[in-house]
Write a protein that binds this ligand. Sequence first.
Ligand code: PGA
Length: 252
Amino acid sequence: MKKRRNIAAGNWKMNLTYKEGRLLARKIVDGTGRSDVTVILGVPAIHLKAMESILGGVSNFKTAAQNCHHEEKGAYTGELSAAQLKSVGTDCVILGHSERREYFNEDAELLAKKVDIVLKHGMEPIFCCGEKLDIREKGTHVELVSKQVKDALFHLTDEQFRKVVIAYEPVWAIGTGKTASPAQAQDMHKAIRDLIREKYGEETANLTSILYGGSVKPANAEEIFSQPDVDGGLVGGASLKAGDFTKIIKAF
Ligand code: PGA
């Protein structure tokens, strides 16, 4: 039997004012009701404190920040530390999203440090990986994604690794309306799980939730989530609409 969590994670990116964010979160909580799906809202940092009270009473809801600095504290104007995020009740931190890799030059070495500090402060990293279109067309996508996972995560102990959620997000599918086929998602998720098994063993591999991201919507969520190695989704655009996101939560 599958022991790992099913997760529907939203990634609001740089969208929604404070008022809009509170409204959306309330609608999602109301529309979801009791559920065994873990729902994670990846919100801009200004919303985190409010989320603590909106989601606080509902045990299957968690909050995620979308980034975090790799140092404890100091002269890094405009940045947020792991301790600061934790201090407003943040549960998870999305790390290594392709937009962070592309526009903010985040590489494996930096991401490994971010993973460490997030774990140190008792939060769960949601580690994103995924290839661009040229790599998919060349056929080296499994090698590239394996390297992204190994380089940023495989220094962790088994106990630490079990707190990590992985999100496979092919860059060519993010915000493009083009989704990976269920078979393409399954193939990559299986490859990632095999890699984890090789390094950390069967039990850890079976406990690690691997999410798919890239144009997940109500119309395709059920088919993607039904693949044996897909444990949910990291959802951008469709997580900004309460109706769509609650349908995705119910697609397991
Ligand atoms: P999308 O974004 O669902 O809008 O494609 C996914 C993501 O970037 O996490």
